[in-house]
Design a binder for this molecule. Structure first.
Ligand code: HEM
Length: 470
């Protein structure tokens, strides 16, 4: 895929649009937002079929152009500081806080580069024993019964992520783990996050305890206070901090080395708040969708189990994974990607054009918003053969589908997801344990919550059966 910047014509204000330039098809309709939110899969599918992968709508106000082809996705992802900006309502920006990666495009690269070292590469590899242990301890308690899929997965994700990101292991049975913190149970922290989460999508942007937004803003303030206390407790312990132990440690050590650098106190607190928020909901949604998809396709389960046996042997007691083991799980990786293709957890980039641009003879006008949608890109026959089929093989090297900008569950370009590697590691370890310890059956079809993150509704149950004694 080669999109030179010269392919993209940036127009100065008042500059004449070249002859024969077209505008994207479809007239925006007043009810587009309602239809999109009610059923985004159907909205994308029907419009793709009728108009192709680029079409105009009025989703979220103004003119919003949905795009799905690799070239237009690339255009949408890489316009920062040149022809696009992230425009979110002021109220949403307030929920993110000034120190999110979205707020200051001028500082974005510098901040992102600094944060990456706490979430990727060797540091992430060092997290694997912890990830493994928590997942193993968590699913060991599942037994043989019906479980509510999403809440069961979410509980484990939370226990994985609080130590990895904040360096704390909260245990309701041990009050000392809450010492110095303004909460006394995990449920309290989760409730704050839930209010924060709901606050983003409250319709009434009025700061009152009567509105979801008001409660969200209040929860945000309490979460920032909580993060501040976590940091205080850590620093008071006085021990030297190992920067690879968790995400917070990485930031604290960087701050100690360079007190006037990127990692100010408020940036650290805000990043702790946001990363736990994003990762916890995204990973829980993803892993529960994976378990559901595998329950639907027994022949894929069988192939995955064979792969597990080849890599880990028949020893079901194995409780250690090396990064090397994970790398060898090629079919599992392909299955994870196929889950992300078919049930992408996140709608992706939404960017407003600060200049008019022309790409491939189509005009995208200044002021319009571009939405690069995985729900379009992932079902285009030009990107994926027989897209309606659940076929992990497509991601194996011999088929080589899922190239950059065609497969976009983690976005792409300058804002691509910083936690993608972590999400893949956690879900691989999760799946590996499940495959070796359990049989499971889905019970009927789930309903999905679609926004802001696609997830199976809390009441959906699956039946699980313990295979072996682990
Ligand atoms: C299955 C799991 C996940 C999915 C599907 C996902 C999806 C995404 C998407 C689509 C974007 C791009 C948003 C845009 O362009 O507007 C993004 C950005 C981001 N994600 Fe994730 N994410 C996941 C897990 C995580 C985790 C585990 C973390 C951190 C611990 C994380 C941290 C971030 C950050 C920091 C950004 C912003 C990058 C930037 O603005 O430069 N994500 N994610």
């Amino acid at each position: 895929m080669n999109l030179q910047t010269t392919d993209l014509l940036l127009l100065a204000d008042e500059e004449t649009v070249p002859g024969k330039t077209k505008i994207p098809p479809r007239k925006p309709k007043w009810y587009d937002t309602f239809n999109y939110i009610a059923n985004p899969d159907r909205f994308c599918h029907e419009n793709l079929k009728k108009y192709g992968p680029i079409f105009k709508t009025s989703v979220f106000d103004g003119t919003t152009v949905f795009v799905g082809s690799a070239r237009t996705n690339k255009m949408a992802f890489n316009g920062d500081n040149k022809y696009t900006e992230i425009v979110l309502p002021a109220t949403t920006m307030e929920m993110f806080g000034e120190y999110s990666l979205f707020q200051r495009p001028d500082l974005h690269t510098q901040r992102k580069t600094a944060l990456a070292s706490g979430l990727t590469g060797a540091t992430l590899a060092g997290y694997i024993p912890h990830i493994n242990n928590i997942i193993y301890q968590g699913i060991k308690t599942w037994g043989s019964k019906k479980i509510q899929l999403y809440p069961a997965v979410e509980k484990i994700s939370f226990n994985i992520l609080t130590p990895l990101l904040l360096g704390i292991s909260l245990k309701d049975s041990d009050p000392t783990t809450f010492e110095g913190l303004p909460i006394s149970s995990k449920a309290e922290l989760k409730a704050l996050y839930k209010n924060y989460f709901d606050g983003f999508y409250g319709l009434l942007k009025w700061k009152s305890p009567l509105t979801a937004y008001g409660r969200g803003i209040k929860a945000r303030a309490k979460l920032i206070d909580f993060m501040g206390k976590v940091i205080k407790v850590r620093l008071e312990k006085g021990r030297s901090i190992n920067p690879t132990q968790d995400f917070l440690s990485m930031m604290l050590v960087s701050q100690q080395k360079k007190p006037d650098g990127i990692f100010s106190d408020i940036l650290i607190k805000n990043q702790c708040l946001l990363q736990l928020w994003a990762s916890h909901y995204e990973i829980s949604g993803f892993v529960s969708s994976l378990i559901y998809q595998l329950g639907k396709y027994p022949q894929i389960l069988q192939r995955l189990r064979q792969e597990q046996e080849q890599i880990l042997g028949e020893n079901n007691n194995i409780s250690q994974f090396s990064p090397e083991h994970l790398k060898q799980m090629i079919f599992l990786e392909a299955t994870l990607k196929e889950t992300l293709r078919t049930l992408p957890p996140s709608p992706t980039a939404s960017r407003q054009l600060t200049k008019s641009v022309v790409l491939d003879g189509i005009l995208y006008k200044k002021g319009w918003t571009l939405i690069a949608e995985p729900r379009i890109a992932h079902i285009m026959p030009e990107h994926f053969e027989q897209p309606e089929k659940f076929k992990p093989e497509r991601f194996l090297p011999e088929f080589n589908e899922g190239q950059m900008y065609k497969f976009i569950p983690f976005g792409g370009g300058v804002h691509s997801c910083l936690g993608a590697q972590m999400a893949m590691v956690i879900s691989k370890v999760f799946a590996s344990h499940l495959l070796r310890m359990f049989e499971w059956k889905i019970i009927g079809e789930p309903k999905f919550v679609q926004f802001p993150i696609k997830k199976i509704t809390d009441d959906y149950q699956i039946e699980i059966q313990r295979k072996t004694k682990n």
